[in-house]
Design a protein around this ligand. Structure first.
Ligand code: PLP
Length: 631
């Protein structure tokens, strides 16, 4: 059974072999794969990397780009219309130099373009891109940004300054007065259509960017007066990242398409229509319009754009333009994942904590709890569960008032969690459960303490609850029996994963395997888009060790590059500390040098700490015909 829905979110990049190991198939060819545990082994043994480790696959970037391009080419072949299609990589999605190099390499045959949203991003592009790469410059612009675009126009054959705000027009006109080679101009329109999901406010009337219809008319007048109208070659429309519903894409194409036709009629010689980003990634594999998924495929996305654009242009009798999309998320999301180890667990509920023989009658509240435990059953479940909650509250009050000993409080708490456990076992066999009793299992979830930082590796989970698939990389042929959540090693209560991929809905726990004497390694997947740059250094846990891998056969792979991650020393310097003082003040020089030379993540042997062997149960649950495979 595919407990982790790997087939759904893994879209053949990830699969499980007969040994129960998770494999990566970066080219989607069956005989080109590598078992992830082998990657971890090599990175540790041969390169001395500690967990967590991030693995990147350039071949996945190549495959993703070609999939997008081929979908558009096929749509153009089928429906006709558009003069052509060009993918554009918005560099903000992942500015890592190795990612940008790979994108430019993988997209070269498709004459890929690239998009910047700031001066720094444009500088990165100036370093990496060839002169024949189309460059689109978006974002808020000051006069310096526009001057930089003007300077870059001396190098790049085709560079666009996109007017995102009306006021930018005046700066553009000022800078262009003294330019030898003028950049091209794009106009970003403010569509009424909004996307769906977490980024829907990027479109619509209240969007941050884009010109209203009136502003577009005024801009045309202005540019005409300044003899610059002939530089306008692009119409830009972006209604938000991760558009989850296909209907919104159709609406966007209609609205931007009609606008394009109107502009053509006004004599604006637009060559490109750029539909921006929005092509969603199905992070939870549910193929639904829920926020971390999408109810359409790349093929459907391309078909919608090409078909409806042609439809609009034909109706208005205007030639169909060249189409661009800035589908950065879809190009790079799949290429990265991070492997980390679970090194400990915490649980509210350890039955063995209960004393073997205990005289409950010496205290009324304990007696009540014990009796509730003994008699709770499917007929009285709700009432007795409420009683138990009441007794637990009383337990705390009595302790705070000095009327219970610490031992009595401890025993009372363990009794309470035993009641919850028994109630949860009973509830699994019942139908029509009251809502409050539906999720008793999650109250008992064990916390698996995991050697990574969600703030660094999946900041979007922390910030906006975007889902990322999580699953073990080994033991996938064993039934997972422990209901767990994950907590990371930052000292923050929100450093945890408590929402998991579960078909079209979210589960607040994940079923994992019992920890044993060996290691327990998990991966968090589809982290290639946005996470690297948004990732922060909370608690001074910085970038993890990283490896770029190419695979060329069955477990035939090479490490193309390895980085050790952000060392303690680099992080301290970044925050303005003098590392020499640290070294001077610690006597053991070799020791301190080795600490500050590496990342701050835990250097565990990988083995789980303090795994207590499950001992026999002190309290018998006595649930009628109890045989629940999940207990
Ligand atoms: N283009 C522009 C102008 C954007 O603002 C964005 C992101 O919001 C993108 C492209 C990237 O979109 P996506 O995340 O869908 O790839």
């Amino acid at each position: 059974e595919d407990y982790y829905r790997i087939k759904d979110w893994g879209v053949r990049y990830f699969s499980v072999n007969e040994k129960g190991n998770l494999c990566v198939n970066p080219t989607k060819k069956q005989d080109v794969y590598v078992e992830i545990p082998l990657l971890v082994k090599k990175a540790r043994k041969e390169y001395g990397l500690n967990l967590p480790i991030t693995f990147n696959f350039g071949q996945i970037i190549d495959y993703s780009i070609s999939k997008i391009v081929h979908s558009f080419e096929k749509a153009i072949k089928e429906f006709g219309g558009a003069k052509g299609y060009k993918p554009v990589y918005p560099i903000k999605v992942n500015q890592d130099a190795l990612v940008v190099e790979q994108v430019l390499k993988g997209g070269k045959g498709f004459s890929i373009g690239i998009e910047a949203g700031s001066k720094a991003e444009l500088c990165a592009i100036i370093e990496k891109a060839d002169k024949n790469t189309t460059v689109i410059c978006n974002g808020f612009k000051d006069i310096e940004y526009i001057k930089l675009i003007k300077e870059a126009a001396n190098f790049f054959d085709e560079i666009f300054v996109v007017i995102d705000k009306f006021s930018e027009l005046f700066l553009i006109e000022q800078v262009f007065r003294e330019a030898e080679r003028l950049p091209f101009i794009g106009i970003r329109c403010r569509l009424h259509t909004r996307g769906t999901g977490k980024w829907e406010m990027s479109g619509g009337d209240y969007a941050k960017f884009g010109l209203t219809a009136m502003e577009i008319l005024k801009a045309i007048d202005f540019l005409k007066n300044k003899n610059l109208l002939d530089r306008v070659k692009l119409l830009h429309a972006h209604i938000g990242s991760q558009i989850t519903h296909t209907v919104k894409i159709k609406e966007m194409v209609y609205e931007a398409g009609v606008l394009y036709c109107e502009l053509k009629k006004l004599g604006v010689d637009i060559k490109y229509i750029d539909f921006g980003g929005g092509l969603a990634v199905d992070y939870d594999g549910s193929k639904s319009a829920t926020p971390s998924s999408a109810n359409y495929t790349i093929t459907e996305y391309a078909n919608n754009i090409i078909f409806h654009l042609k439809e609009v242009c034909d109706a208005k009798n205007v030639e169909v333009p060249f189409v661009l999309t800035e589908s950065g998320r879809a190009m790079v999301a799949y290429h990265s994942f991070t492997v980390f180890n679970v090194f400990e667990y915490t649980s509210l509920f350890k039955q063995r904590d209960l004393p073997e023989r205990y005289d409950y009658s010496k205290n009324e509240i304990l007696l009540n709890l014990k009796e509730t435990f003994d008699v709770i059953n499917s007929q009285n479940l709700r009432e007795y569960f409420h009683d138990a909650v009441h007794f637990k509250n009383r337990l705390h009050t009595l302790f705070n008032e000095g009327l219970l000993t610490l031992e009595e409080k401890a025993v009372g708490e363990v009794l309470f969690w035993n009641i919850v456990k028994k109630a949860s076992i009973i509830s699994r066999k019942m139908q029509d459960l009251p809502e409050e009793l539906e999720n008793l299992d999650s109250l008992l979830a064990v916390k698996y303490v995991s050697n990574f930082s969600i703030f660094n590796s999946i900041p979007d989970f922390w910030a906006i609850k975007q889902l990322f698939p999580v699953c073990p990389i080994e033991r996938l042929n064993e039934i997972p029996v422990v209901n767990a959540t994950l907590v990371d090693i930052t000292c923050d209560s929100d450093g945890k994963i408590d929402r998991f991929v579960d078909f079209a809905k979210y589960s607040d726990t994940i079923k994992l395997h019992k920890l044993n004497d060996g290691e327990y390694l998990l991966g968090v997947f589809l982290t290639g888009a946005y996470q690297k740059t948004l990732g922060n250094i909370h608690n001074l846990f910085g970038e993890t060790g990283e490896v770029w891998v190419s695979v060329n056969g069955e477990n035939q792979f090479e490490f193309d590059s390895v980085s050790q991650g952000k060392s303690v020393e680099e992080l301290l310097k970044l925050k303005g500390y003098n590392v020499d003082t640290v070294k001077e003040r610690i006597k053991d020089r070799d020791f301190i040098s080795s600490i500050i030379g590496k990342t701050s993540y835990l250097k565990t042997t990988g083995k789980v700490f303090a795994v207590e062997k499950q001992k026999s149960i002190t309290l018998a649950y006595n649930v009628e015909n109890l045989s629940c495979p999940r207990c």
